[in-house]
Design a protein around this ligand. Structure first.
Ligand SMILES: Cc1ncc(COP(=O)(O)O)c(C=O)c1O
Length: 504
């Protein structure tokens, strides 16, 4: 059909009553396309709604609805006595920024970020450089994402995204979505021996936010904070950003050396620890050390931040219950994350805080992000309640040790005398020791030139008290046995000349 009105442009509008799309939508789409394709140009007059409705054999309301939407979006405009015309300036033109006008805008004179921000940028937190791009062997932190139960996840998420209630789309609880907090509390009591109820749980944007909040809330600028050495650079960054005086405390075979902490900074206000599986060395903090740490914290009025980032992945023996479960004085902040067990872009973690601290924590939190996306939290709550979460953990607990075994075996086959990788009782990486005389940074550079991504231990050492930095960290969880064997061969080719030179 081609409706015509005196002076109006012809509109080639084909309608299909069986198309499954409302007729007003079809009229809108067709006129919209004619305008976008330039077949109806700026200022072109459209037929009157009554005329067009008659021509199309639809109700006038159908055409009016389509015209109203086009007008609301700025494609057409009505003028008194002048009928309806295509707009002189289309919304697409207004929104599109021509490539020629995009240029680098420098800071104006005397204007720059604060000195403090520039100093923090110098910390070069590892995640900054490791994200994006294909997973090379043996990238630290990479996981078996292709084994993630995406179908279950999508089915559960769709329930919330398809028809969100007004309540789900409004601001939600600052502490997080209640059913998710309940699911996490039950899991932590059952699997980690954490002493908590749902009221104590705050859903965070990963454990990084738990660290940031704790650093800001539990200590003030200039206060000392202990950090494990070697240790997690993300923690060091958050404590530094809060203005704390970060004190490196060495790790030994029992975990954080509390006596050394007492020696260097007895008045510290906060201690950051990874007791279940020390990052990056993998030591489990002994019960005696845990008690010693808690004794110091309660005597000193200090806080302990327990980062339980990957305790789900324990293979040979059951993990020790969380340090928080031993705390009777309310001095431990327990943090966990879904970054390792599910996937890191989810950006959901949680913290368990002593009840007396809850209100202050939530006030600090509202100043940054209010709360994580509510619909993502709702999908995750169902994923946990439906058993998918723990099923996925069980599967990865079978898969990851197989992959670790493949790495250790490939190391024995290809890297003997160049890198000694011992099996670990958990986690997603192993520590490979280099022979005497080989610098880990140099070894990692040589590996990188051969397309192998290994992480030097030096990236995580904060002082010169770490006695032996000659080690590389090799992630294996995201790699098939074939990729592992291939990576080990390439790594051997890269390390061979360095090892030979070091032997003299
Ligand atoms: C020791 C440690 N804690 C926590 C995390 C996870 O941080 P997030 O939950 O912010 O992703 C990581 C990730 O690399 C880590 O190595």
């Amino acid at each position: 059909m081609s409706p015509r009105t005196a002076g109006a442009m012809p509109l080639l509008v084909e309608l299909d009553a069986r198309a499954g799309r409302p007729l007003h939508e079809q009229v809108y789409q067709r006129i919209h396309s004619l305008i976008r394709e330039g077949l109806l140009s700026a200022g072109a007059r459209l037929p009157a709604t009554r005329v067009l409705a008659t021509e199309l054999e639809v109700s006038r309301n159908t055409v009016v609805t389509a015209f109203e939407r086009l007008a609301a979006e700025g494609y057409i405009e009505g003028r008194a006595g002048g009928g309806t015309r295509v707009s002189q300036v289309l919304p697409d033109d207004m929104l599109a920024i021509p490539a020629s006008s995009i240029r680098h805008i420098p800071y104006g004179s005397g204007r720059a970020p604060s000195r403090r921000a520039l100093e923090l940028a110098q910390l070069r937190i590892r995640r900054w450089s490791e994200s994006a791009g294909p997973v090379e062997p043996f990238r630290l932190g990479a996981q078996a994402l292709s084994h993630f139960p995406a179908r279950d996840w999508a089915r559960l998420a769709r329930r919330h995204w398809a028809r969100p209630t007004a309540m789900a789309m409004d601001y939600g609880s600052i502490a997080g979505y209640r059913p998710l907090r309940e699911g996490i509390a039950a899991y932590l009591q059952r699997a980690r021996g954490v002493n908590c109820d749902a009221d104590q749980i705050i859903i965070t944007s990963g454990s990084q936010q738990a660290l940031d909040l704790s650093a800001r809330v539990l200590a003030g600028p200039g206060d000392a904070a202990w950090i494990e050495d070697p240790g997690y650079d993300g923690a060091r960054g958050a404590l530094t950003a809060a203005g704390l005086d970060v004190v490196a405390v060495p790790i030994d075979e029992h975990g954080l050396n509390v006596a050394e902490g007492l020696n260097v900074a007895p008045q510290a206000k906060l201690a950051y620890v990874t007791p279940s599986h020390q990052f990056p060395l993998g030591v489990t903090m002994t019960l005696a050390r845990r008690r010693e740490l808690l004794r110091w914290a309660s005597g000193q009025g200090a806080w302990v931040f327990e980062d339980d980032y990957d305790s789900e992945f324990r293979y040979a023996t059951r993990p020790l219950p969380a340090l928080q479960g031993l705390d009777v004085r309310g001095c431990v902040i327990y943090a966990g994350t879904f970054s390792k067990v599910l996937f890191p872009s989810l950006r959901v973690g949680y913290m368990v805080v002593p009840p007396a601290l809850l209100d202050t924590m939530l006030h600090a939190r509202i100043l940054s992000d209010v709360h994580p996306p509510a619909l993502a939290q709702a999908g995750l709550a169902d994923f946990i309640a439906g058993g998918c979460f723990e099923r996925h953990i069980r599967r990865m607990r079978n898969l990851y040790p197989e992959r670790q075994e493949a790495l250790v075996a490939a190391g024995r086959r290809h890297l003997s005398g160049m890198l000694d990788s011992q099996p670990a009782n958990g986690g997603m990486h192993v520590v490979g020791r280099l022979p005497a005389g080989i610098d880990d940074l140099h070894a990692a550079e040589a590996a990188s030139a051969a397309g192998v991504q290994v992480t030097p231990l030096s990236f995580f050492t904060f002082s010169n008290q770490v006695p032996d930095r000659r080690a590389l960290l090799l992630g294996y969880a995201g790699l098939t046995p074939e990729q592992i064997a291939n990576g080990a061969e390439r790594l051997a080719r890269a390390l061979e000349p360095i090892t030979r030179a070091a032997r003299g």
